[in-house]
Write a protein that binds this ligand. Structure first.
Ligand SMILES: Nc1ncnc2c1ncn2[C@@H]1O[C@H](COP(=O)(O)OP(=O)(O)OP(=O)(O)O)[C@@H](O)[C@H]1O
Length: 687
């Protein structure tokens, strides 16, 4: 090293001195400097890369991508790490494109404490806006975990679409084996699942045939669904039994799938029941909207092949996808013969019934899923779609019975027995949709209702149901009415009859309006059809008339040619002026027509002959020729008329004159025309 330094010093001295002395020495010194610089830089790079390799040989690195669950587990775990409070670079978010609906963030830091006691914050939705601290992108953060320093980097893969452009997470740690990473992932998973316990995750199909996370909804207690006795229990038991029976299905070679068709009137609880069942069974819901834009057979097949083995697949309004085709095709998709018919719509939806059937139970379809389909119009479904194997259990949903009205009433208002139940049981017995963490707040919305005794409640609920007509109102409508009176149980009973009356009137009015609208539309449609029919008939008549006219004209032309043929060719017979004949006549009588003129010749002096003569005159007049001195005694047919064509005084003259000149040069009829057929009109009297 000393050598280098002293050498360098001497070298620099030399350089300085060589400035004034020998230029050859200066060049040498520059060369030495270049070599020295290159050597130093190479050594530096080798050292750096060696150090990196050395370090990397001790680092374990795990990669996680956004489209897989561990990414969400870890991100949620990270969001809860107190280390973020010390970090100098981080991301703060209230919204996440991930499955962080369960994000139970670092409460002390992310929630506004004032909100806890402030009703206003609840009303303004302040509680819903939780804030999360997350690692910022493209920065390496270090966290101490289980005796190791974790180096965490959030990044993004580069690609054209959303999936290729997904977020990534890289965790590196210096360790002898990957136990620490395994431990971390397992812990993150456990915490995630614990937080997710009260939630149902919803996934929606996207246009690429993939599933996108749409949010986590609070579980809905099954007890909040009021259905006729036994229905909920039957469905729950059936689903549980199915999920337990994988081996049983495998032993018998039966595809491990189960389908439920929930059909019936709107607002009767079909969707709510599925939501509640998903919560009860701990399954996520994968929703497919068959009528959505861009949906086609392959995207549906791809979606069905990608659902996880234990989940609920929900096909909402099953009939809707095919209502579209019904409206475009009078043969509705509900009939089997349209099963393979594809319908293309403006929005690119080309889903076919056969495509739907294949995706439900084709070879690529996932096993182990529960398929729920809802429809308001079961009659519109193809029998193939609803047959056992595809839809194994059918449930008919009707308007609220008196019993349902009574149960709904009990669900709405607090009473002593129920209050105890709520306090002791994690499963709330009300329709509250608030998360358990905010249950304290949820009581705020009901505590103003008078607390009834159980006996009072039984009595009031009975009174309520007595005043509600059986099977006339939907549960959704009753729920809407009770919501308006959620703090006034007694008034709700007193006013329910008036409400029923108003509902009936509204319904009647809506029905009347609908009927009128339909009648109007029908009348308009009929009028339009009639108009189109008349137009078509008129067009047909006009076409027929035109055809007849053409036929008459043709006959007339034939007759004219015949007449012309019968005129004596002797020039002495002709008393017409020049140019009595011009080659323009040749254009009036084409070779084809001349050939035709030889046939069907009526007998001279006959009635047909006379008619033909008249027609010939008309024809001649319409072909811009002048009839000069039509022969007399047509009726007798004794004398033969002579027709002389003159070029009309219009723009065709030039053409005719030209033809005339040509004719002067060569007035011989074309070879296709027999000479004998040359009409007298074509022969110049002067010749
Ligand atoms: N049987 C029921 N028990 C409890 N709540 C119900 C019931 N039926 C309807 N509701 C309430 O009415 C509303 C609409 O219910 P839901 O969407 O489940 O009905 P639906 O039958 O799926 O209607 P649609 O056929 O129009 O989709 C929800 O808020 C739900 O709470």
């Amino acid at each position: 090293m000393d050598f280098i330094i002293s050498g360098t010093t001497g070298f620099v001295k030399n350089m300085v001195s060589s400035q004034s002395s020998n230029p050859v020495d200066a060049v040498k010194d520059f060369a030495k400097l270049a070599i020295l610089g290159t050597t130093v830089e190479t050594a530096r790079r080798l050292a750096t890369s060696g150090w990196t390799q050395f370090m990397e040989s001790f680092f374990l690195t795990a990669h996680f991508t956004q489209d897989d669950y561990p990414y969400d587990w870890l991100l949620q775990w990270l969001s809860k790490q107190p280390a973020w409070s010390r970090s100098r670079e981080f991301e703060i978010t209230t919204r996440s494109g991930l499955r962080l609906g369960v994000m139970n963030t670092n409460k002390s830091e992310v929630e506004d404490d004032e909100d806890d006691d402030d009703d206003k914050a609840v009303l303004s939705g302040g509680r819903a806006k939780k804030v999360a601290f997350l690692p910022s992108h493209n920065t390496t953060h270090t966290i101490f975990y289980a005796g190791h320093w974790l180096h965490i980097t959030r990044g993004r893969t580069q690609g054209t679409d959303w999936y290729a452009n997904a977020e990534t997470l890289k965790i590196s740690v210096i360790a002898r084996n990957n136990d620490v990473i395994k431990q971390l992932v397992l812990q993150a998973k456990k915490e995630y699942e614990r937080d997710a316990e009260h939630r149902v995750h919803i996934f929606l199909a996207d246009i690429y045939g993939r599933w996108g996370w749409n949010g986590a909804r609070q579980k809905r207690p099954l007890s909040s669904i009021v259905l006729e006795r036994g229905i909920k229990e039957m469905l729950l038991e059936d689903a549980k039994d199915f999920l337990r029976s994988e081996d049983w299905y495998a032993d018998r070679g039966i595809p491990f799938r189960r389908g439920y068709l929930l059909h019936g009137v709107p607002g009767s609880g079909k969707t709510s029941l599925i939501h509640a069942l998903a919560g009860e069974l701990g399954l996520d819901i994968y929703v497919v909207t068959l009528s959505s834009k861009g949906m086609n057979d392959s995207s549906l097949a791809s979606l069905m092949g990608r659902v996880p083995s234990r989940c609920i697949v929900l096909l909402e309004d099953l009939d809707a996808a095919f209502t579209r085709s019904t409206s475009r095709d009078t043969a509705a998709t509900g009939s089997p013969d349209t099963a393979t018919t594809k319908t293309t719509t403006d929005d690119g939806n080309t889903l076919s019934l056969s495509g739907l059937l294949n995706s439900l139970d084709g070879v690529a379809a996932t096993e182990g899923r529960l398929l729920f389909a809802t429809t308001n119009h079961i009659d519109r479904l193809d029998p193939a779609l609803s047959r056992p194997g595809r839809m194994d259990v059918w449930v008919d949903f009707k308007n609220a019975t008196k019993w349902q009205a009574e149960e709904l009433f009990k669900n709405f208002f607090p009473y002593e027995g129920k209050k105890q139940e709520e306090g002791s049981d994690a499963t709330v017995q009300t329709l509250s949709l608030r998360p358990p963490t905010s249950r304290k707040k949820s009581n705020c919305s009901t505590h103003r209702a008078p607390l009834l005794t159980e006996a009072e409640m039984t009595d009031l609920a009975k009174q309520f149901s007595d005043r509600v007509p059986d099977g006339e109102m939907s549960v959704a409508a009753l729920q809407g009415y009770l919501l308006k009176n959620k703090t006034r149980p007694r008034e709700a009973i007193e006013e329910v009859e008036a409400w029923v009356k108003t509902e009936r009137e509204t319904k009647a009015k809506l029905k009347k309006e609908k009927d009128e609208k339909e009648a109007k539309e029908k009348a308009e449609k009929d009028a339009k059809e009639k108009e189109e029919k008349e137009k078509t008939e008129a067009a047909e008549k006009a076409a027929a008339k035109e055809k007849r006219k053409l036929a008459r004209a043709k006959a007339a032309r034939r007759a004219a040619r015949r007449v012309a043929k019968e005129v004596p060719t002797d020039s002495s017979d002709s008393e017409f002026d020049k140019p009595a004949t011009s080659p323009a006549d040749a254009s009036a009588a084409t070779s084809e027509k001349k050939t035709e003129a030889t046939s069907d010749k009526p007998a001279e002096g006959s009635e047909a002959h006379a008619e033909a003569l008249v027609a010939a005159l008309v024809d001649a007049a319409t072909t811009t020729s002048t009839v000069k001195e039509a022969p007399t005694e047509l009726a007798s047919g004794a004398s033969t008329p002579v027709i002389v064509h003159k070029p009309a005084a219009d723009e065709s003259c030039g053409e005719v004159e030209e033809q005339s000149k040509d004719a002067d040069v060569d007035s011989v009829p074309s070879s296709s025309e027999p000479k004998s057929e040359t009409s007298s009109a074509e022969t110049s009297p002067s010749s």
